[in-house]
Design a protein around this ligand. Structure first.
Ligand code: TRP
Length: 337
């Protein structure tokens, strides 16, 4: 029976091995919640991962690893559609049509391309990196998604998606749902443990600032205990003056469901050490079963691959229908069967 729930769609790149705490609290946790209220499609975007130089064996391993971690985090193949982007060829096919609709100037304004291409050195970036946002447009439009849960850094790509959907619909007739961004809440923003002025990311200031979910729990506990705090000793949420302690409080709050106010009351008069010791424990309790579940999926690649094959089949049923409509509207001559 077709779902009457609003549809969400999102993707994650298989570029890093382990998810970090920022990925998890900032995005993946919301994905898990949305599968209860929405018709949810989630994918590992391996085609996006090859827009920068990659190692083939690593890409393959990281694609399985990303899927295993999504399942370990609580995505349930019975409640959502989880798949690998390259298993659904319609993504590349619709991307071509969108490439032919997008303006060169419009694509040139994408700030993520500017940032990423600057890192590659002028002139070395691939055409694939340039057209990366257009592939993302295709990802979204193929599923007629109503909402796209992403971080603030993706807002411009969602705007582009809306523009291209409108343009296509205007030129060729109503074909695509125009999606709305669903910008994930700032409260879930997690900062580097060693430099709380920057977002936690895999290009962290030092490895000590980054919590990888698949790290040995002992390493994780150590990182929490050596997190940078502030010069006075009061445990108070104040992002301006006490960014280190505030970051620890928001991680603590998000992982336990306790409010910041409750935590402030609980730690009144206590030292930073007490907060860090308790948070380290909370973190270990969270990462230990996460690691175990991830490992169980990795130990049984056969089952994992079958889950992904089923996901791709479900995704393809939707994608193929949209692509056929788009091909027809554009005027491509159908092949005779
Ligand atoms: N570009 C997104 C990111 O870096 C990943 C992505 C690819 C995506 N396709 C998507 C996100 C479609 C949402 C919808 O985070």
């Amino acid at each position: 029976m077709p779902s009457t729930r609003p549809r969400v769609l999102s993707g994650i790149q298989p570029t890093a091995g382990s998810f970090h705490l920022g990925n998890y609290l900032g995005a993946v946790r919301q994905w898990v919640a949305l599968q209860e209220s929405h018709d949810a499609f989630y994918m590992v975007v391996d085609l996006h991962a090859i827009t920068v130089p990659q190692d083939p064996a690593e890409l393959r391993a990281n694609t399985r690893l990303a899927a295993a971690q999504l399942l370990a985090a609580g995505l349930d193949p019975e409640r959502c559609t989880l798949f690998v982007q390259s298993h659904v060829p319609e993504h590349a096919q619709l991307a071509w049509i969108m490439n032919c609709l997008a303006g060169f100037g419009e694509a040139s304004r994408m700030t993520q391309f500017k940032d990423k291409s600057a890192k590659q050195g002028a002139g070395n970036a691939t055409v694939g990196l340039f057209t990366y946002p257009i592939l993302q447009v295709a990802d979204i439009l193929l599923y007629q998604a109503n909402e796209v849960p992403v971080g603030e850094d993706q807002r411009q790509h969602i705007e582009l998606t809306r523009d291209l959907a409108d343009r296509f619909n205007g030129r060729f007739g109503e074909t695509f749902t125009v999606p709305a961004p669903y910008i994930l809440k700032e409260t879930a923003k997690i900062y580097d443990l060693q430099d709380p002025s920057i977002k936690m990311s895999k290009s962290a200031s030092t490895p000590k600032g980054l919590i990888n979910l698949l790290d040995d729990p002992k390493t994780t506990a150590k990182k929490v205990k050596s997190a940078v705090t502030d010069t006075d000793t009061v445990i108070k949420y104040d992002t301006e003056n006490k960014p280190g302690v505030s970051n620890l409080l928001s991680i603590y709050s998000t992982l336990t469901g306790k409010t910041i106010a409750d935590l402030e009351a609980e730690y009144e008069g206590k030292m930073y050490g007490a907060l860090k010791t308790d948070l380290a424990e909370v973190m270990v309790e969270f990462v230990t079963p996460f690691r175990t579940r991830t490992q169980q999926y990795l130990d049984d690649p056969e089952t994992l691959d079958s889950l992904l094959a089923k996901g791709a089949e479900k995704a393809r049923a939707v994608a193929a229908e949209t692509l056929a409509a788009a091909y027809d509207r554009v005027g491509l001559l159908p092949a005779k069967h």
